[in-house]
Design a binder for this molecule. Structure first.
Ligand SMILES: NC(=O)c1ccc[n+]([C@@H]2O[C@H](COP(=O)([O-])OP(=O)(O)OC[C@H]3O[C@@H](n4cnc5c(N)ncnc54)[C@H](OP(=O)(O)O)[C@@H]3O)[C@@H](O)[C@H]2O)c1
Length: 262
């Protein structure tokens, strides 16, 4: 089956994550982030903060066309895709999303049914691009084979503890952008390789982790509420890691995964 695929999709190196941000704190963080220069905001229906995030976007005064607004469909709401999307648009205060992600995989038939509704939403102009999150390469393959439409993005936990070069190779070959989430909460911030690089560059371990994503060509979603953290996380282009540092951090890989983060 041949169907119109997703257009190539570009994400900035660092997007603002908003999991666990709610109310005025969410609105304030989004407003501050956009004032600092963030241009991509990541939320999810499941974060219960789309209205607060939307308020932050509106108060920023940034042109809608200069922003990427990403939200995620809770796979447990399968069958209610359109009403969920319309509610997301209403709460965010926008007439389209830039990227809509399936928050997590269902069984193959379940994922396909959701994906068909995603394709319809894109064809209706309600979302510019559609993608998935937390999908394994085999689950992506199944979706592509059965729908004929390749996800623009797969947002996955990706850090030294979750380094998966095979997934990156697989997705790159299909033109799928791998976006990393939870760069700090899912990694060991005390790892000696991170601390050594931080000392060498005079940067925080958090900045080293974000730069490590840049070195791997993987855009990342990082959450911060503190203005100092928000600013620090944008400064990933002020330095570069050496190949030896990247390799040392790669070796920090560990398979532990609690699956707790969403
Ligand atoms: N697709 C999925 O299933 C999925 C799963 C998990 C997450 N995500 C997305 O990815 C985003 C990020 O993941 P996360 O929320 O788990 O958290 P995270 O970005 O890994 O870590 C956030 C924590 O790090 C702190 N922090 C941020 N920058 C810092 C800095 N420069 N120095 C020191 N501390 C710093 C924050 O503190 P302050 O807040 O106090 O600044 C906060 O406590 C989420 O918000 C969400 O948008 C998606």
């Amino acid at each position: 089956m041949s169907r119109a695929g997703n257009p190539p999709f570009g994400l900035p190196p660092v997007s603002l994550g908003t999991w666990q941000l709610r109310g005025r704190a969410a609105t304030r963080a989004v407003g501050q982030a956009l004032a600092l220069g963030y241009r991509c905001v990541d939320t999810a229906t499941g974060y219960d903060n789309e209205r607060d995030v939307g308020a932050g976007i509106r108060t920023s005064g940034i042109e809608r066309g200069d922003l990427l607004i990403v939200t995620k469909f809770p796979e447990e709401d399968a069958g209610r895709e359109r009403e969920t999307l319309l509610r997301s648009l209403d709460q965010l205060g926008v007439d389209h999303l830039d990227l809509w992600l399936v928050h997590g995989p269902l069984d193959p038939d379940g994922s396909l049914a959701v994906w068909e509704r995603f394709i319809e939403a894109r064809e209706a102009g309600l979302v510019r691009a559609i993608g998935v999150s937390n999908f394994l390469p085999a689950q992506v393959d199944d979706l592509v084979a059965r729908s004929g439409v390749t996800p623009a993005v797969n947002q996955v936990a990706f850090g030294p503890r979750r380094l998966d070069p095979a997934l990156v190779r697989h997705h790159t070959a299909l033109g799928i952008v791998v976006q990393g989430h939870s760069p700090f909460s899912e990694n060991d911030l005390r790892h000696p390789a991170l601390r050594a690089a931080a000392g060498h560059h005079g940067r925080s371990v958090h900045q080293i982790l974000l730069r490590w994503h840049v070195e791997h060509g993987v855009p990342v979603v990082a959450k911060a509420a503190s203005p100092a953290h928000l600013a620090a996380n944008l400064r990933v282009h002020e330095f570069a890691l050496t190949a030896a540092e990247v390799e040392a951090i790669d070796r920090a890989a560990d398979d532990a995964w609690t699956g707790a983060a969403r």
